[in-house]
Ligand binder design. Structure first.
Ligand SMILES: Nc1nc2c(ncn2[C@@H]2O[C@H](COP(=O)(O)OP(=O)(O)OP(=O)(O)O)[C@@H](O)[C@H]2O)c(=O)[nH]1
Ligand SMILES: [Zn+2]
Length: 318
């Protein structure tokens, strides 16, 4: 199994406002192995640099290297997730796009949560509907098109049959650095294999006691795509609690509500629930916002509020 970035990896110069102009010391972290990271320099050379586990460096970080010292340059974006125990993890730095992979067995509500998380982190979300070789996927695809196609790109593919990949590749080749998120078994590894054949990730290996399958990757790695753009492969990134979002801001990120972002509710901090003079609930009443989408919004709002109050009570930084 090869988790190293391919030898053809040529890096863009750090884009994060670095003052560094020396290509022999400027680089990008392309793999994280826990106690050491791989840095690929602007010259194309690469080397491993030892780091403390708590150093905070992640794949996608632009760095300056002097001996064994790493100086991290400012980040354009950070994608963070909160795990079930309340810990906050940085998934990767300087990502541009978040690919939300879904298939027939995906959990409801997942797509909306991921879209909101991406937008809060200033990443462009897109949806990848996998397993389109299965007949039943057609209905799911039609549904997702109806709900999301006006808000973000929706790609229909079969990672297994390698069909539908060209539009997705063209999108990623625009120079986007992305990562895929999705429930267990939707086909994230299969998709990465289809897009970067040199990775050869193990697919569908059932190794945990739940029989749900477990990602066999142990390090985070940045993989360049032959036509441009990069994909981060990171273990265990299947779902995430929302971080960095206020309940009052949810509606402006919620898919399908964006176009109503200008509507003025009576109260500036309106959560669009039962407040008087709420413009969103009026749009629901008149049918301009579908009732089922409003129901999903309310459910997500409840999650954000619960998260916020739990974070407050435990003293987590939100
Ligand atoms: N029919 C069909 N099956 C697929 C497709 N893509 C993946 N699969 C199958 O779905 C199962 C799960 O695929 P993986 O790629 O391991 O899924 P994953 O999302 O990486 O799963 P985790 O590692 O558990 O998060 C495997 O048995 C694959 O062969 C597809 O396009 N069509
Ligand atoms: Zn309102």
């Amino acid at each position: 199994m090869n988790h190293g970035a391919s030898s053809s990896h040529r890096l863009k110069s750090p884009q994060s406002g670095s003052a560094c102009t020396d290509p022999t010391c400027c680089g990008l972290i392309t793999a994280h192995h826990g106690v050491e990271v791989e840095v690929v320099f602007t010259t194309g050379k690469r080397r491993m640099v030892r780091v403390k586990r708590s150093s905070g460096h992640v794949v996608g970080d632009d760095v300056e290297v002097a001996g064994e010292m790493l100086r991290r340059l400012p980040r354009r974006t950070e994608l963070r997730r909160r795990d079930g125990g309340g810990g906050i993890h940085l998934v990767a730095a300087n990502l541009d796009v978040l690919g939300i992979v879904v298939a027939l067995n995906s959990s409801p509500g997942f797509i909306d949560r991921a879209i909101v998380a991406a937008r809060v982190a200033q990443l462009q979300p897109f949806v990848v509907v996998n397993k389109c070789d299965l007949d039943d996927t057609a209905a799911l695809l039609a549904d997702l098109h109806r709900i999301y196609a006006d808000s973000l790109p929706v790609f229909a593919i079969s990672a297994m049959d390698r069909t539908g990949l060209a539009p997705l590749q063209a999108f990623l080749n625009q120079g986007h650095r992305g990562v895929f998120v999705g429930s267990s078994g939707v086909g994230k590894s299969s998709l990465l294999n289809a897009l970067c054949p040199e990775i050869n990730l193990k697919v569908g290996k059932v190794s945990d006691h739940n029989g749900l399958g477990r990602h066999t990757t142990t390090v985070s790695t940045l993989h360049p795509l032959s036509g441009g753009g990069e994909l981060v492969d990171t273990p265990g990134f299947r779902d995430f609690g929302l971080v960095d979002i206020l309940a009052e801001e949810l509606a402006i990120h919620f898919p399908g509500f964006e176009e109503h972002g200008e509507v003025s509710c009576r109260f500036r901090n309106c959560r669009h629930r039962t407040e008087p003079g709420c413009a969103i609930t009026k749009l629901v009443e008149s049918g301009q916002i579908p009732a089922d989408r409003y129901a999903v919004y309310l459910k997500l709002l409840g999650e954000v509020e619960a998260d916020q109050s739990e974070a407050r009570s435990k003293g987590w930084k939100n």
